[in-house]
Ligand binder design. Structure first.
Ligand code: ADP
Ligand code: NI
Length: 219
């Protein structure tokens, strides 16, 4: 099978599985991450076949919807790629990226081993911030039945993936627990540049949100 055929079969598989999903992990998230990852990958001279495969498969099965099982993503991707008879080093590389890519708490480092991993992680994180990031955070919070905001519950700084996974705080806390931290954790220069603009937009959003919340009618 050619690389083009592999990518097209994988795209169809992922789209079938994630189309219409309502928590912000839908097919369009994958589509955006793929496009951003390819753009960053080009600038970084990464292997674009690996980048595209990993971007397509990175959310194929999420621990958040499988009782916290962290192996479900990599193993679902591995099964798919084995069925396509892909070379083992490619399968290893792609599943490693999927295993490492996620944010795991403010105090947990999530280094990527290869440039392909770095650009996929940057692309995934860029989709978690800015206007789309705000929309996805509240979509996820609504899906999980969380409050928008609760001034009585302060944000936490999670020092393990386990405690991060268990947190059930209001959605506004997620900005402090994850979204505002992403800008300074970008791997690539181009990713960092894009993140800065999206970061500013989120800050403005949260400032205005809190002004409205507090009833500051003049500002
Ligand atoms: P990552 O891409 O680092 O694995 P996740 O899959 O945890 O990120 O998150 C995917 C989307 O869901 C992101 O946009 C993220 O901000 C949102 N999300 C995850 N956890 C929460 C939460 N507790 N509250 C609001 N949004 C969340
Ligand atoms: Ni993702």
């Amino acid at each position: 099978m050619t690389k083009k055929e592999i990518l097209s079969k994988t795209e169809n598989y992922v789209r079938d599985k994630l189309e219409g999903e309502g928590s912000g992990h839908d097919w369009w998230h994958i589509h955006r991450v793929r496009n951003t990852a390819l753009k960053l990958g080009e600038e970084e001279n990464a292997d674009l076949f690996i980048v595209e495969l990993a971007a397509l498969l990175h959310d194929i099965a999420d621990h958040k919807f499988h009782d916290g099982d962290e192996e479900i993503g990599p193993s679902t991707a591995r099964n798919w790629l084995e069925n396509l008879n892909i070379d083992e080093p490619v399968i290893d590389h792609v599943t490693q990226i999927i295993r490492d890519v996620s944010f795991k708490g403010a105090d947990v480092e999530t280094p990527m081993k290869t440039i392909e991993g770095k650009v996929v992680q940057d692309a995934d994180r860029l989709d978690a911030i800015g206007a789309i990031g705000i929309a996805r955070a509240f979509a996820y919070g609504g899906h999980k039945g969380r409050e928008l905001h609760n001034p009585g519950i302060t944000p936490e700084s999670h020092d393990s993936f386990d405690s991060y996974k268990k947190s059930t705080g209001p959605t506004l806390n997620h900005f402090y627990e994850k979204l505002f931290l992403l800008k300074d954790r970008m791997n690539t220069k181009a990713g960092h540049k894009l993140a800065e603009e999206r970061h500013r937009f989120m800050e403005e959003f949260v400032d205005q949100f809190l002004d409205e919340w507090d009833g500051n009618y003049e500002s």
